[in-house]
Ligand binder design. Structure first.
Ligand code: GLY
Ligand code: MN
Ligand code: MN
Length: 456
């Protein structure tokens, strides 16, 4: 399987350019007014135990605006002498710390190589922030990430309140800039799409490797290892979200995470796993038979989910509401389940959100935005109305059917008992046809049967 990784090596896209980062910040400052101070904090590392830390992953807004992925950073933008100044506060050079934890760019490295106007040590954050706050009339800050920064802003606000009494100065207001940044992140640039395509290619090949490595007796965690090992081997930073690897009735648990069961002859396995590359996520689900051949009953459900997915992908088009793929998938699934005798209602009845039977077997949405976060930012219903799709938006399309015979709330049809099938791809909305970024991952019954178990 590692031959496939070799094919990818050399096809990595160029990183996002500093010019692009600056354009992103310009777009944001064009909505700001002098007197605004933007503060984008990154969280600190989290302790696992004693000297061991959890792997660090910074906030996506920090990645989006500054491309900086080290811990404890703070990115600010303030207005001074007629222009906007971006500043990055970073961990300073520290030989002892660097001997133990790794080399640091420090302030000089940050200024030389990152898209910023100024860099300071994170040790000087408080002094600089105090000065910036004293000139600010509105602070754009997402609270709740770094409590000490929240406190500095609140203190400044209280001081202003007192000063207002004496000198009439102030006020400071605090606004969450997340929604403004989300609006920018929702539409992906060509360079972002290139990163996502690479994450998608790696994830597709990883799924194929797991299909090839599947046979009765395999443990779910062994297939997880095949996939996640490949993520690392291909040079990504690993998973974009914890892998879901569930065979048999485990596939009917939507966020199954134990991944410790044995794969049995006759079962279908559902794997939902995607890599993260330079911060950008892929999100793929495939479902395949452990022994390499679908039973007739499994084929009926698999083909129905695939038909629903293909019909939904075709609705990822400019000008359609974001929920058009969901509505289409529900329509196809409901009609299919009526035809298979699983649902004894009219189509209209089956689709009803209160009393319809479709939701017994299909209980989640058909997709979500994807980008720097796997469940990416962006309001689905601005002003209460479904957002219309635009070129550059990327969403997942992931219908499924889940027949958990273990569920006390439903009468599971015996023919499909303990079968869970989901098929998920990541789709770019273009001015033309939908562009399936994860199209390298096979999904027809014929292709899946020809690949599964091929390693043996
Ligand atoms: N992997 C989580 C999801 O598909 O939304
Ligand atoms: Mn998803
Ligand atoms: Mn998924």
């Amino acid at each position: 399987m590692y031959d496939a990784a070799l094919e990818l090596i050399g096809s990595e896209p160029q990183p996002i350019s500093n010019d692009e980062y600056r354009r992103r910040v310009d777009r944001l400052t064009s909505q700001m007014r002098p007197g605004d101070l933007l503060i984008v904090p990154a969280s600190n590392t989290a302790v696992h135990s004693n000297d061991v830390h959890y792997p660090y992953r910074t906030q996506s807004d920090m990645l989006y605006l500054a491309g900086w992925d080290e811990p404890e950073a703070v990115f600010t933008v303030h207005h001074q002498e007629g222009k906007w100044i971006s500043t990055l506060f970073v961990q300073p050079k520290d030989t002892l710390k660097e001997i133990w934890e790794g080399r640091r760019p420090g302030t000089e490295g940050a200024l030389a190589d990152w898209p910023i106007d100024a860099a300071h040590s994170s040790h000087e954050l408080e002094d600089h922030l105090q000065a910036m706050l004293s000139d600010a009339s509105r602070v754009l800050l997402r609270t709740g990430i770094r409590s000490e920064i929240d406190q500095l802003v609140v203190n400044a606000l209280e001081r202003r309140d007192r000063a207002r009494q004496h000198f009439g100065s102030g006020p400071i207001t605090i606004e969450d800039p997340s929604a403004r940044i989300a609006e920018l992140r929702l539409r992906k640039s060509a360079a972002e799409i290139a990163q996502m395509r690479f994450a998608s290619d790696v994830s597709s090949i990883a799924h194929v490797a797991a299909m090839r490595n599947t046979k009765p007796g395999r443990m779910e965690y062994q297939l997880q290892a095949t996939i996640e090992g490949f993520f690392s081997y291909a040079g990504t930073s690993g998973w974009a979200y914890p892998s879901i690897v569930g065979c048999g009735d485990n596939a009917t648990v939507l966020h199954y995470h134990q991944n410790n069961d044995v794969c049995q002859d006759g079962e279908v396995i559902l794997i939902d796993a995607g890599a993260e590359y330079r911060g950008y996520a892929a999100d793929i689900t495939r479902s395949w038979p452990i022994n390499g051949i679908f039973t007739d009953a499994q084929k009926e459900i698999y083909q129905l989910v695939l038909d629903a997915q293909l019909a939904a992908i075709d609705k990822c088009r400019v000008g359609l509401p974001y929920n058009a793929p969901h509505d289409e998938a529900r329509l196809v699934l409901a009609q299919g389940l009526i035809d298979l005798g699983v649902i004894n209602q009219t189509l209209e009845e089956a689709l009803d959100m209160e009393t319809g039977e479709l939701k017994k077997w299909y209980m989640h949405n058909t997709g979500h935005w994807i980008g720097l976060d796997v469940h990416d930012v962006g309001v689905y219903k601005p002003n209460g109305e479904p957002r219309l799709l635009e070129e550059g938006m990327v969403m997942t399309v992931e219908p499924g059917l889940y027949f958990g015979a273990w569920r006390p709330d439903v009468d599971c049809p015996e023919r499909y008992a303990d079968l869970g099938v989901r098929i998920e791809d990541d789709v770019l909305v273009t001015s033309g046809n939908p562009d399936v970024l994860t199209s390298a991952c096979p999904k027809t019954i014929e292709d899946i049967e020809s690949i599964t178990g091929q390693s043996f």
